[in-house]
Structure formats: C-alpha cells, structure tokens
Design a protein around this ligand. Sequence first.
Ligand SMILES: [Zn+2]
Length: 503
Amino acid sequence: MVDFSRQEVIWGKAGQEVLASTNLVVLGAENLGREIVKSAAILGIGEVGKGKIHVASNYRATAADMFLDLPFEEGSLVVRSLPSMISRLNPTTSIIPFHGDPTVHYLSHLGTIDGIISTVNDPRIQELVLEYASSKKIPLFLLSTDLCKGTLSPGIDRIAGYDGSIQGTIVSNIFAGVTLEECRKQLFLKNQRKFKDTRVMLRDGTIQEYFKVIGDDIRLDRAFTYSINGDRMGQGSEWMLGEGDLSGKKIMILGGGAIGNYVADILARFFPSRLDVVDFDVYEEHNLNRQPLAYGQIGRKKSEVLAERIRTISRGKTASQAFFAKIEESSSSKEAYRSIGRSWLELHPYDLLVGCFDRFDVRKFVHECALTLQTPYADLGSSPQGGRVNLYVPGKTRCLDCSYGIHQVYANDVILRTKHEAARARVVAGNPSGIDHLHCRDVEGSVNMSNQIVAGLFAGEMRKVFSSDYGNICDFLKYRGESGMKIQWEPDTKPCSCSGRKS
Ligand SMILES: [Zn+2]
C-alpha cells in the first residue's frame, strides 16, 4: 500500500480522496506522456475501485526508451507495458491502456471524464480533443515538447510547431510537473464542496477554511512556453542532445530523497562518467509517493538503491558509488554512518556537487565547502507550490549568499519552523473540531510535481556549467505554482567578488 500521509498533511484527506476518485485521460505515451502517467500514479490519481487513468497511444518503443530503470522491448507498444510498470510504483492505481490514436468514439466510451491531458505533438489529435473537450466541458490541458522547449495550453489554443519533434527528457519532466499541478488545482476546484469541513493552517499560523483557499488559487489562463536554451522563451535553435555532453564529468548527488530521486533519474540518461550518491537514510513507506526510484526497496539504504538505479538507467555507461554518510563539519564515531566533510570532498574532486537537501544548515555548509574548494555547486529546494535552483560556478556566477541570501534564509527558516510548531501545538492541544490536517505552504515538505520540475530546471541549466554553447548560466531559477508566470529567472547577473578563488 502507498502511504499518502505526507500529502494529507498538505491538502487533507479530502484532497487525497478527490485525486483517488479522478477519471483522468492521458493521450500519448512518449517521454512526456509517460512522465505524466508516472507522476499522476504516484500522486494517487485513479485508485482502483474509485477512479482510473486511461492512456491512449500507438507509440512503439525505440531502443533508447525507458521507464525509470525498466527498458521497453524495442518495437513494442509502450501502453501495453505501462500498467505492469506503474503497478510497481503504486499497485493501487488503475491504468487502462488503449492501443491506438484517440477518437471521439474512444473518448465517448470512457464514462465521466474529470480531465484530459494531451501530450501528443500531432496537431490533428490536438484539434480533435480540443473540440471534444469543449463540447463536453471537460478540463483539458494540451502540451507539447521537443528537445529544448515545451508549451502548455490550458485547453484554449492548439499548439503549433512541435509536429514530429522528439520529446526530450529534461523538458518533459518540467512540463509534466507543471501540468499535473495545474490539473490538481482544477480537480480540487471542481470538487470544492468536498473541502467544506477541511481547515488549513497558513504560514502565519492562522487557520482558514480550505475551500476558500482553493477558490483563490491562481490558474493558468493562457499558453505558456519555456525553453532550456537561448532566450528561454522558446526562440533559438533546437538543441540536440549529445551523449558526450557529460562524458568525463564526475558529479555527486548529496541527498537521495525526493529531489535526489528525480535528479538521479534525469542525469543518468546523459551518461556522466561518474554519478555518486551520498545519503544517511533508508527508504520508508511514506517516501514512495515522492521518490519514484524507491519502488520495491523499502528498508534499504537510499544511497545504495540510487547508485544501482543509476548504473541500470545509464546501461552501465556511468559509474556510481553509494556513500552511506552524513554531511557535516566533523565526524562522530557514535554514528553508524561515516561522515563527509570538507577534507573528504577535497580528496574526491567532483566537477559538480548537487545539493538535494531539506535542511538549510547542511546547504550552508556545503556552499562554504564549494567556495573554499572552488567546485561548482547546485542547490535545489522545493515546497508544495514551488521550488528553486541556485547555481554557484566559481568566478562565473554569484555565490549563494549573494544570489539567494542563504545565511538570512537559514535564519528565517529557523524562526518560521519554530512559529509553525508552536501554532501546531496550540491547535493540537485545543483540538478544534473539523480540522483534519494542518497545512503550511512553506514548511510541510514537498509534492512530487515540485521535485520533478526543480530537477528538470536544474538539469537544463547544468549543461551550461560544462559548455557555454548552450547560453549563459542563470544562477537563480524559480518555479512558482501560484503565479501565472510558472518559471521565473534572474537574467544577466554578474559574478560577485566572493565567487572567485579565495586567497
Ligand atoms: Zn557572493
């Protein structure tokens, strides 16, 4: 069974119930369609006996196609293998495959549809589904990707310019995450009355009725395009993915949790020479709905599982070592795991460190190591409604203190957590009726969509650390779920004086 307790903290049992009873249609099973189905399943959409995820596609697998660490048989229909693959992630999801392009006849036999997500680049299918959804008043999301950019239309306009394009891994991850969050908002809004008895705690500690919060959610009202290349607005040449892009590169993932899972899955597809993982934790039931590479591995060390997955996904082209270790200044002999500090990182020179932590003290420490060792460092973070990527490249970008104010953010986080805990304790002690969850937008962990988006944004930017061919590095990228401008970036920043080599 999948434990959704973390999600219930964010939007209550009512929210999880809405997702479970959703009848969702996903059109297409190429890279983008598979990412949508994967994320929808681990989110808990379409629980057996309550809802369904219908997937229609006639796409046949190439030798390169993969789902997590599971390869498809070359030439086989991808939708045929999806139900058994998805059941490993979430055995309670009902996946109904259809081998073929969607037709009006097909759609009209699926019962009451709560939402359609079309991931096909073919404009004729988009036209058909646009007409069908508008006549039946079904929420529709049209999206397309190529190797460097993607477009999401909230069921208003057809998307031009993607016909025949290959859907890239990085962009597909970003757009799958953004679309599912928009889809979730629509589903919650449509079922607003189910949240009548659900109260939430806002970041300032006040309690509010959740159905009012849902009504205030800003939804996408126009098509939105993002490119990992060029001007980011979709202009510029299509970037062709090369296997050699990361050859010879040694990368370390610090933290094998929610974001670390997505980062490992994406980076392993680009075959760096080495992609090591450090983590001090083991997988538990409640990790499964945010950490897709953890399936079937409850009780095992996160670092070991991810290192194995990386070797499989890269088809043996990437070496990966697991470190069951805690990152800290000094080692402690009492702990069962080893300790990784500055001197250790100096002995193991990496080309890039990727911080996938959930704590600011560790982020601050690794950033200090990166400054001292002059090693590029990417710092990733997420919340239920957003996320960010900060990149530090010695002498080329700002340091994390100048771009993100990591010391101040750390201090604020300590205050916020203390306040939240106190407010939470008051509520628990008073036990006000009708409160079945305590939601705090910035404190209570993440959801899989934000993690997927943040990992994609990072991977798109990472290529620029190793080659300037892809454009200038942006050292601060943000995903803002509540904003109309989903992805934001700070353009044309100059390196700070603390960024270069320290004497
Ligand atoms: Zn600085």
